[in-house]
Design a protein around this ligand. Structure first.
Ligand code: AMP
Length: 129
């Protein structure tokens, strides 16, 4: 079971943003920006491009809804979408509020946000659906 499957199952806590039958969204615990969110399929597949066509298409539509809510909650120019997947072997899309290309740099030091700040950010995004 991947760490993301444990999050989806509620065995590991997360700052949940949204969920439907097939997908789950939660705040990245080491965020590049406030509102940095991960979208994952409930189906445990390692690599995003190995998802079947329908699941991948549906995941993008779910990510769109989540991204639109993040954009309403967090002042930014765009929501950047990134797929890396080198760390956790469970397909996921990063949604990151950005104002410049440099904001997508994963080498940047991650933000240190308190549990209270993370909860408030998640609550704010959830309120924008
Ligand atoms: P990557 O697989 O390279 O796309 O990176 C995995 C991402 O998952 C990283 O940005 C981590 O900060 C994030 N991550 C790992 N464990 C957790 C967790 N328990 N809760 C939230 N995000 C996590």
């Amino acid at each position: 079971m991947t760490i993301f499957s444990k999050i989806i199952a509620g065995e590991i806590p997360c700052y949940k943003i949204a969920e439907n039958e097939d997908f789950f969204a939660f705040l990245d615990i080491n965020p590049l920006a406030q509102g940095h969110t991960l979208v994952v399929p409930k189906m445990e597949v390692d690599y995003l491009l190995d998802l079947d066509d329908k699941t991948l298409a549906d995941m993008m539509l779910f990510a769109k809804k989540v991204g639109v809510a993040i954009k309403k909650a967090i002042p930014c120019k765009r929501i950047g979408l990134t797929v890396i997947g080198l760390e956790v072997p469970h397909a996921h899309i990063h949604l990151i509020p950005i104002n410049s290309e440099a904001d997508m740099n994963f080498h940047k030091p991650k933000l240190q946000l308190s549990a209270d700040e993370m909860s408030k950010i998640a609550e704010l995004i959830r309120s924008k659906f």
